[in-house]
Design a protein around this ligand. Structure first.
Ligand SMILES: [Fe+2]
Length: 298
Protein backbone atom coordinates (compact mmCIF):
# COMPACT_ATOMS: atom_id res chain seq x y z
CA UNK A 1 0.00 0.00 0.00
CA UNK A 2 1.42 3.37 -0.93
CA UNK A 3 1.51 6.04 1.78
CA UNK A 4 -1.19 8.69 1.79
CA UNK A 5 -0.24 12.09 0.39
CA UNK A 6 -0.35 15.03 2.85
CA UNK A 7 -3.40 16.46 1.10
CA UNK A 8 -5.27 13.22 1.61
CA UNK A 9 -4.82 13.26 5.41
CA UNK A 10 -8.28 13.42 7.03
CA UNK A 11 -8.94 16.25 9.48
CA UNK A 12 -9.00 13.99 12.55
CA UNK A 13 -5.68 12.43 11.59
CA UNK A 14 -4.20 15.88 10.94
CA UNK A 15 -5.30 16.87 14.44
CA UNK A 16 -3.49 13.88 15.98
CA UNK A 17 -0.30 14.79 14.16
CA UNK A 18 -0.56 18.51 15.03
CA UNK A 19 -1.13 17.62 18.69
CA UNK A 20 2.04 15.54 18.78
CA UNK A 21 4.12 18.36 17.27
CA UNK A 22 2.77 20.78 19.87
CA UNK A 23 3.48 18.35 22.73
CA UNK A 24 7.05 17.69 21.58
CA UNK A 25 7.71 21.42 21.11
CA UNK A 26 6.38 22.13 24.61
CA UNK A 27 8.68 19.48 26.08
CA UNK A 28 11.59 21.87 25.37
CA UNK A 29 9.88 24.96 26.82
CA UNK A 30 11.78 24.84 30.09
CA UNK A 31 15.26 24.43 28.61
CA UNK A 32 17.63 26.78 30.47
CA UNK A 33 19.70 27.61 27.42
CA UNK A 34 17.54 29.75 25.09
CA UNK A 35 19.67 28.97 22.03
CA UNK A 36 19.44 25.23 22.65
CA UNK A 37 15.69 25.60 23.05
CA UNK A 38 15.46 27.48 19.74
CA UNK A 39 17.57 24.86 17.95
CA UNK A 40 15.64 21.88 19.31
CA UNK A 41 12.18 23.35 18.71
CA UNK A 42 13.04 24.39 15.18
CA UNK A 43 14.53 20.94 14.52
CA UNK A 44 11.32 19.31 15.79
CA UNK A 45 9.16 21.53 13.57
CA UNK A 46 11.18 20.75 10.45
CA UNK A 47 11.65 17.05 11.23
CA UNK A 48 7.94 16.49 11.82
CA UNK A 49 7.08 18.52 8.72
CA UNK A 50 9.40 16.23 6.73
CA UNK A 51 7.92 13.03 8.18
CA UNK A 52 4.40 14.26 7.46
CA UNK A 53 5.14 15.64 4.00
CA UNK A 54 6.62 12.39 2.69
CA UNK A 55 4.30 10.21 4.84
CA UNK A 56 7.40 8.34 6.07
CA UNK A 57 6.83 4.59 6.30
CA UNK A 58 8.05 2.58 9.29
CA UNK A 59 10.36 0.62 6.97
CA UNK A 60 11.89 3.85 5.70
CA UNK A 61 12.33 5.09 9.28
CA UNK A 62 14.18 1.85 10.12
CA UNK A 63 16.35 2.24 7.01
CA UNK A 64 17.27 5.74 8.15
CA UNK A 65 18.23 4.42 11.59
CA UNK A 66 20.30 1.64 9.97
CA UNK A 67 22.02 4.24 7.75
CA UNK A 68 22.97 6.43 10.71
CA UNK A 69 24.12 3.37 12.65
CA UNK A 70 26.41 2.36 9.76
CA UNK A 71 27.74 5.93 9.55
CA UNK A 72 28.61 5.71 13.25
CA UNK A 73 30.30 2.34 12.90
CA UNK A 74 32.62 3.42 10.08
CA UNK A 75 33.59 6.68 11.80
CA UNK A 76 37.05 6.78 13.41
CA UNK A 77 39.64 9.44 14.29
CA UNK A 78 40.68 9.46 10.62
CA UNK A 79 37.33 8.86 8.94
CA UNK A 80 34.33 11.09 9.70
CA UNK A 81 31.27 9.76 7.88
CA UNK A 82 28.91 12.32 9.42
CA UNK A 83 30.95 15.21 7.98
CA UNK A 84 30.76 13.49 4.60
CA UNK A 85 27.00 13.17 5.00
CA UNK A 86 26.72 16.85 5.89
CA UNK A 87 28.92 17.70 2.89
CA UNK A 88 26.93 15.74 0.29
CA UNK A 89 23.66 17.16 1.60
CA UNK A 90 25.05 20.68 1.15
CA UNK A 91 24.64 21.30 4.89
CA UNK A 92 28.34 22.06 5.41
CA UNK A 93 28.34 24.60 2.58
CA UNK A 94 25.09 26.21 3.72
CA UNK A 95 26.51 26.65 7.24
CA UNK A 96 29.52 28.37 5.67
CA UNK A 97 27.25 30.61 3.59
CA UNK A 98 25.25 31.60 6.67
CA UNK A 99 28.37 32.43 8.69
CA UNK A 100 30.70 33.95 6.08
CA UNK A 101 28.89 36.65 4.19
CA UNK A 102 31.71 38.12 2.09
CA UNK A 103 31.09 41.87 2.10
CA UNK A 104 33.06 44.75 0.62
CA UNK A 105 34.78 42.63 -2.00
CA UNK A 106 36.36 40.21 0.45
CA UNK A 107 37.33 36.77 -0.84
CA UNK A 108 34.58 34.18 -0.42
CA UNK A 109 34.87 31.14 1.86
CA UNK A 110 34.22 27.50 1.12
CA UNK A 111 34.41 24.15 2.90
CA UNK A 112 37.52 23.22 4.92
CA UNK A 113 37.19 19.54 3.97
CA UNK A 114 38.53 16.62 5.99
CA UNK A 115 42.22 16.76 5.02
CA UNK A 116 43.61 19.80 6.85
CA UNK A 117 46.09 18.89 9.59
CA UNK A 118 48.02 21.15 11.96
CA UNK A 119 51.77 21.29 11.92
CA UNK A 120 52.54 21.74 8.23
CA UNK A 121 56.15 22.66 7.35
CA UNK A 122 57.02 26.30 6.64
CA UNK A 123 58.32 27.08 3.16
CA UNK A 124 60.00 30.32 2.04
CA UNK A 125 58.43 32.59 -0.58
CA UNK A 126 58.93 30.81 -3.88
CA UNK A 127 59.31 27.46 -2.07
CA UNK A 128 57.82 24.13 -3.08
CA UNK A 129 55.00 22.56 -1.07
CA UNK A 130 54.80 19.40 -3.18
CA UNK A 131 57.77 17.87 -1.32
CA UNK A 132 57.89 14.97 -3.76
CA UNK A 133 54.14 14.48 -4.23
CA UNK A 134 53.55 13.53 -7.87
CA UNK A 135 51.93 16.06 -10.19
CA UNK A 136 52.44 18.90 -12.63
CA UNK A 137 54.19 21.89 -10.99
CA UNK A 138 51.98 24.96 -10.58
CA UNK A 139 53.31 28.43 -9.78
CA UNK A 140 50.81 30.10 -7.44
CA UNK A 141 51.15 33.82 -6.76
CA UNK A 142 49.11 36.68 -5.40
CA UNK A 143 48.68 39.22 -2.67
CA UNK A 144 46.85 39.46 0.62
CA UNK A 145 45.11 42.78 1.26
CA UNK A 146 42.39 44.10 3.53
CA UNK A 147 39.11 45.39 2.08
CA UNK A 148 40.59 48.90 1.75
CA UNK A 149 43.36 47.56 -0.47
CA UNK A 150 46.14 47.82 2.13
CA UNK A 151 48.71 45.04 1.77
CA UNK A 152 48.81 42.62 4.69
CA UNK A 153 52.39 41.78 5.52
CA UNK A 154 53.18 38.61 7.43
CA UNK A 155 49.79 37.00 6.69
CA UNK A 156 50.03 33.26 7.25
CA UNK A 157 48.88 31.12 4.34
CA UNK A 158 48.24 27.43 4.92
CA UNK A 159 47.96 25.56 1.64
CA UNK A 160 47.10 21.90 1.09
CA UNK A 161 46.14 19.77 -1.87
CA UNK A 162 45.85 16.26 -3.27
CA UNK A 163 48.56 14.77 -5.48
CA UNK A 164 48.20 13.72 -9.10
CA UNK A 165 46.68 10.40 -7.99
CA UNK A 166 43.95 12.24 -6.09
CA UNK A 167 45.22 11.53 -2.57
CA UNK A 168 46.28 13.77 0.31
CA UNK A 169 49.40 12.79 2.23
CA UNK A 170 47.32 11.73 5.26
CA UNK A 171 45.54 9.12 3.14
CA UNK A 172 48.76 7.15 2.72
CA UNK A 173 49.88 4.74 5.41
CA UNK A 174 53.32 6.22 5.78
CA UNK A 175 53.90 9.35 7.86
CA UNK A 176 55.33 11.56 5.10
CA UNK A 177 54.21 15.18 4.74
CA UNK A 178 53.68 16.29 1.14
CA UNK A 179 51.33 18.61 -0.68
CA UNK A 180 50.91 20.85 2.36
CA UNK A 181 52.87 23.78 3.78
CA UNK A 182 52.56 27.28 5.18
CA UNK A 183 54.27 30.53 4.23
CA UNK A 184 54.05 34.23 5.06
CA UNK A 185 53.43 37.24 2.83
CA UNK A 186 56.26 39.75 2.30
CA UNK A 187 56.26 43.50 3.11
CA UNK A 188 54.08 44.19 0.06
CA UNK A 189 51.59 41.49 1.09
CA UNK A 190 52.76 39.33 -1.82
CA UNK A 191 53.31 35.59 -1.88
CA UNK A 192 54.34 32.92 -4.36
CA UNK A 193 55.06 29.21 -4.16
CA UNK A 194 55.25 26.06 -6.22
CA UNK A 195 52.35 23.65 -5.76
CA UNK A 196 50.70 21.10 -8.05
CA UNK A 197 48.09 21.69 -10.74
CA UNK A 198 44.92 20.43 -8.98
CA UNK A 199 43.31 17.23 -10.25
CA UNK A 200 39.89 15.67 -9.45
CA UNK A 201 39.53 13.20 -6.59
CA UNK A 202 36.61 11.32 -5.04
CA UNK A 203 35.50 11.89 -1.46
CA UNK A 204 35.76 8.61 0.49
CA UNK A 205 32.90 6.57 -0.97
CA UNK A 206 33.34 3.06 0.41
CA UNK A 207 30.86 3.63 3.27
CA UNK A 208 27.16 4.42 3.69
CA UNK A 209 27.50 7.91 2.18
CA UNK A 210 29.16 6.41 -0.90
CA UNK A 211 26.26 3.96 -1.18
CA UNK A 212 23.80 6.82 -0.93
CA UNK A 213 25.58 8.67 -3.76
CA UNK A 214 25.54 5.49 -5.84
CA UNK A 215 21.85 4.81 -5.20
CA UNK A 216 20.97 8.37 -6.22
CA UNK A 217 23.13 8.47 -9.35
CA UNK A 218 25.59 11.01 -7.95
CA UNK A 219 29.35 11.12 -8.42
CA UNK A 220 31.73 11.28 -5.42
CA UNK A 221 34.17 13.44 -7.43
CA UNK A 222 35.23 16.87 -6.26
CA UNK A 223 36.10 19.58 -8.75
CA UNK A 224 39.92 20.04 -8.79
CA UNK A 225 40.98 22.59 -6.18
CA UNK A 226 43.74 23.98 -4.00
CA UNK A 227 42.95 24.66 -0.31
CA UNK A 228 43.92 27.91 1.43
CA UNK A 229 43.60 29.18 4.98
CA UNK A 230 44.68 32.81 5.43
CA UNK A 231 45.19 34.28 8.89
CA UNK A 232 46.40 37.74 9.89
CA UNK A 233 46.02 39.70 13.10
CA UNK A 234 42.96 41.98 13.21
CA UNK A 235 41.45 40.30 10.17
CA UNK A 236 38.97 37.49 9.82
CA UNK A 237 40.44 34.07 9.08
CA UNK A 238 39.50 32.88 5.62
CA UNK A 239 39.17 29.20 4.68
CA UNK A 240 38.67 28.69 0.99
CA UNK A 241 39.78 26.91 -2.21
CA UNK A 242 40.56 27.98 -5.73
CA UNK A 243 39.14 25.95 -8.60
CA UNK A 244 40.37 25.34 -12.14
CA UNK A 245 38.56 27.37 -14.80
CA UNK A 246 37.00 25.24 -17.56
CA UNK A 247 36.96 22.00 -15.56
CA UNK A 248 33.96 19.78 -16.31
CA UNK A 249 33.33 19.02 -12.62
CA UNK A 250 32.75 22.65 -11.57
CA UNK A 251 28.98 22.31 -12.02
CA UNK A 252 28.71 19.02 -10.09
CA UNK A 253 31.15 19.20 -7.22
CA UNK A 254 30.14 16.44 -4.76
CA UNK A 255 30.10 18.83 -1.77
CA UNK A 256 28.76 21.97 -3.54
CA UNK A 257 31.92 23.93 -2.65
CA UNK A 258 32.35 25.86 -5.91
CA UNK A 259 31.75 29.62 -5.98
CA UNK A 260 32.09 31.61 -9.20
CA UNK A 261 34.59 34.08 -7.69
CA UNK A 262 36.91 31.22 -6.69
CA UNK A 263 37.30 29.80 -10.22
CA UNK A 264 40.74 30.82 -11.49
CA UNK A 265 42.59 30.63 -14.76
CA UNK A 266 45.39 28.08 -14.48
CA UNK A 267 47.56 28.94 -17.51
CA UNK A 268 49.36 25.89 -18.93
CA UNK A 269 52.92 26.27 -20.20
CA UNK A 270 54.83 23.98 -22.53
CA UNK A 271 57.88 22.06 -21.39
CA UNK A 272 60.93 24.31 -21.62
CA UNK A 273 59.04 27.59 -21.06
CA UNK A 274 61.08 29.62 -18.55
CA UNK A 275 59.39 29.79 -15.14
CA UNK A 276 58.83 33.00 -13.12
CA UNK A 277 61.73 32.05 -10.84
CA UNK A 278 64.10 31.29 -13.72
CA UNK A 279 63.91 27.48 -13.81
CA UNK A 280 63.96 25.54 -17.05
CA UNK A 281 62.14 22.22 -17.18
CA UNK A 282 62.75 20.77 -20.64
CA UNK A 283 61.02 17.53 -19.68
CA UNK A 284 57.62 18.65 -18.32
CA UNK A 285 54.83 21.20 -18.55
CA UNK A 286 53.85 23.54 -15.74
CA UNK A 287 50.97 25.85 -14.93
CA UNK A 288 50.54 29.27 -13.34
CA UNK A 289 47.67 30.85 -11.40
CA UNK A 290 47.07 34.14 -9.60
CA UNK A 291 44.96 34.35 -6.46
CA UNK A 292 44.63 37.73 -4.75
CA UNK A 293 43.13 37.30 -1.31
CA UNK A 294 41.07 40.03 0.39
CA UNK A 295 40.44 39.59 4.11
CA UNK A 296 37.60 41.24 6.07
CA UNK A 297 38.01 43.06 9.36
CA UNK A 298 37.70 40.68 12.29
FE1 LIG B 1 40.32 18.93 -1.04
Amino acid sequence: MSPATPDAVPDRQRQVEDDLVRTVLASFDDADDPRLKELMQSLVRHLHAFIREVRLTETEWQQAIDFLTAAGHITTDRRQEFVLLSDVLGASMQTINVNNAAGEGATEATVVGPFFVDGSPEIPLGGDLAAGAPGEPCWVEGTVTDTKGNPVRGARLEVWEADDDGFYDVQYDEERVAGRAHLFTDDQGAYAFWGLTPTPYPIPHDGPVGKLLDRTGRSPLRAPHLHFMATASGLRTLITHIFVEGDELLARDAVFGVKESLIKNFTRHKAGTPTPDGRAWPEHTWSRVRFDIVLQQA
